[in-house]
Design a protein around this ligand. Sequence first.
Ligand code: NDP
Length: 475
Amino acid sequence: PLAQIGVTGLAVMGSNLARNFARHGHVVAVHNRSYSKTQTLLDAHGSDGTFVASESIEDFVASLEKPRKVVIMVKAGDPTDAVIEELAGVMDEGDIIIDGGNALYTDTIRRESSLKDRGLLFVGAGISGGEEGALNGPSIMPGGPAKSYESVGPLLESISAHVDGTPCCTHIGPDGSGHFVKMVHNGIEYADMQLIGEAYNLLRDALGMDPDAVADVFRQWNEGDLESYLVEITAQVLAHKDAKTGKPLVDVIVDAAEQKGTGRWTVKSALDLGVPVTGIAEAVFARALSGARGQREASKGLASGTLSAKPEDIETFTEDIRSALYASKVVAYSQGFDQIAAGSAEYDWNLHPGDLATIWRGGCIIRARFLNRIKDAYDENPELPALLLAPYFRDAVENAVDSWRRVVSTATLLGIPVPGFASALSYYDGLRAERLPAALTQGLRDFFGAHTYERIDADGKFHTLWSEDRSEIEA
Ligand code: NDP
């Protein structure tokens, strides 16, 4: 039989996606640059469903029903371009290429545009959930021509995670929007993990809990508003003992966090768009600091000062940390959704933030109970000026604010780094401030560079003649 869908690139992600398609009753064409991976897939999992294997790209494309639909799951960057080029060479007008890799969204915009000129439809699909998700139901964020979604959509929705019967997959918008949204998703994942890390650090270093006790706290937190995949697996990782030493595994892992780049991309894009995603940026920088092992070694022994403020009551302070974590998380998501809105405006994507919250509820790494609240917030008011200002989140953050301040000030007095908590709180205070020192910044800019300023009591731009008589002129 002709295959309904093809997958090329059969490393861990591609194999698992191919198996997922097969398990859902689709006939799946499979291909990999080196045939050995194709053979391995068939040997180990051929019984998952109906696979049609090909050694050459020509046979692979010929084994598909028209319009042909091929998912590429290869290394992002040049390999993806190489594979697109091979496919495009043997495909026909109206065929569809779906890039499921972690492409940079600007690459996706470029690829979509050049393939459109060749009569092919290109879908840049962000896929989250890691290898487990790829096999059992990921969250899928496909962007590309609406026409492509008519035939690709049902296939992708069939293999995606589902929450309350709703697939965690929807057409995001044109060209690079799917990969853009996946990028911000990953950025939010960085922020989430950083905040979890800070909470863990405080429970250990401010309250003296051991990893087992901290695991218990996270297990409890997972029963409430913080319920999420990341909080759940935090408890599991913390409770795990190293087989070799018998110590908590977390104590034998080198404390230098690596990154593959999507967090950095998110921050770079946010800088270009002028959106303060401080939560994500702090998370990216915190990983960089952790990785600066030479500098950290050389800095051991830097004075911590003489102040101290050991929390008096373990239970109260644990609850303070929970509140600070939740409030900081609301800020990080609010900022991420601001970036999505800014990207949408910049590229004319007409993105619907409520849809994203819906498809992130399952399958992906940031899946959480919390996302239902985000969906509700945008359902209620699609024009929300900031997620943080939706009634539910506003209440949550306002109720947390005293705890949040106690946590940040205690951490500061104890010398425990909390860049995520502290910058989220400063962002909150900046957002709600009646007046910001930006007025002074404008005055200084006008002084040294005649950059002009606006007045609170008149329209137009003004300049003070600083080096003359200091009278004001309209610019
Ligand atoms: P890798 O990123 O390790 O890529 C390996 C695959 O790419 C192999 O099939 C390899 O073929 C192929 N490949 C590399 N270079 C070329 C080339 N020039 N031409 C043709 N094929 C090439 O695989 P993963 O499964 O980890 O990830 C696949 C994609 O999915 C990546 O873009 C990744 O960022 C993304 N992704 C990964 C997630 C994860 O959790 N791992 C989660 C979500 C997305 P060969 O066997 O011949 O070497």
